[in-house]
Design a binder for this molecule. Structure first.
Ligand code: FMN
Length: 245
């Protein structure tokens, strides 16, 4: 949820210093009046990374470029990293299901532990304003580890209701999807890309409908040496900049 105008004013008032310089006071006034082009509200970006390829990863490179642009646009913002390649998420299992569908007072220790993983991921998600997911396309869909994450955060009564009402409201999402081939609209195999419609649907289902997808295809050019990682990323710089604005 974005802070109200009164809350923003009280945040700035509580930090005001009587010995501020004239320049600092002018800046504070600009911030309060909203005349600055940069968004200085206290805002949080949840940065979900998926690829196991570390420094060779195209999706990580584009996502870290996105994070740098986001930080420049939101000087007071906080970035919360969630690296699924190192989080070692368990799959949904019987104790997890017990935890998700029975009241907490009935939870045995094993059930408590299983559902805590999900509770923590949901809290992290709900505390964010903007979510960026940097992921490769695997076999025309999302990598299994991202699906495992989704299974943790899509929870009846927690992130959606029985009436298909999403409970994670007021957020934006940016998906950076890299793939060896090109699946841009109008290309012959565009419909093979199941990841984009799936991610749009599942995020919308939990209430996140403001979703921007950056399709970063033809990453094969990096593998063949036709382009460097930087040259590949540069092609999407404009789209990344628009996504943080
Ligand atoms: C297991 C696996 C499955 C893949 N499946 C596809 C695919 O279905 N279509 C495609 O165009 N590229 C596919 N690729 C290529 C990756 O999407 C591409 O190399 C991507 O840029 C990798 O992202 P990363 O560099 O962030 O790991 C696959 C790669 C791997 C390792």
């Amino acid at each position: 949820m974005r802070p109200s105008g009164a809350r923003i004013r009280s945040i700035f008032t509580s930090f005001s210093n009587p010995r501020q310089s004239r320049q600092q006071r002018a800046m504070s006034r600009r911030l309060l009046s909203g005349s600055s082009r940069k968004n200085v509200l206290m805002t949080t970006l949840l940065a979900i990374q998926v690829s196991p390829r570390g420094g060779y990863s195209t999706s990580r490179k584009l996502t870290s470029d996105f994070i740098e642009k986001w930080k420049a646009q939101h000087p007071g913002g906080t970035v919360v990293p969630r690296d699924l390649a190192t989080t070692h998420l368990p799959f949904v299992d019987l104790p997890w299901i017990g935890g998700a569908f029975t009241p907490p007072e009935q939870h045995a220790p094993e059930v408590k532990a299983a559902i805590k993983v999900s509770d923590d991921l949901v809290s992290e998600l709900k505390a964010s304003d903007h979510i960026v997911i940097g992921t490769p396309l695997y076999n025309f869909n999302v990598p299994a580890i991202l699906k495992a994450y989704i299974d943790h955060i899509v929870r009846l009564g927690v992130t959606f209701t029985m009436n298909y009402e999403g409970l994670v409201q007021g957020k934006r999402a940016t998906i950076i999807l890299t793939s060896g081939s090109d699946f841009s609209p109008g290309t012959p195999y565009a419909s093979f890309n199941q990841a984009e419609p799936y991610l749009r649907q599942i995020l919308g289902f939990i209430g996140i409908t403001d979703v921007n997808v950056i399709l970063a295809g033809r990453s094969l050019a990096v593998d063949t040496g036709e382009k460097t990682l930087n040259e590949f990323a540069e092609q999407f710089s404009g789209q990344l900049q628009s996504a943080v604005a």
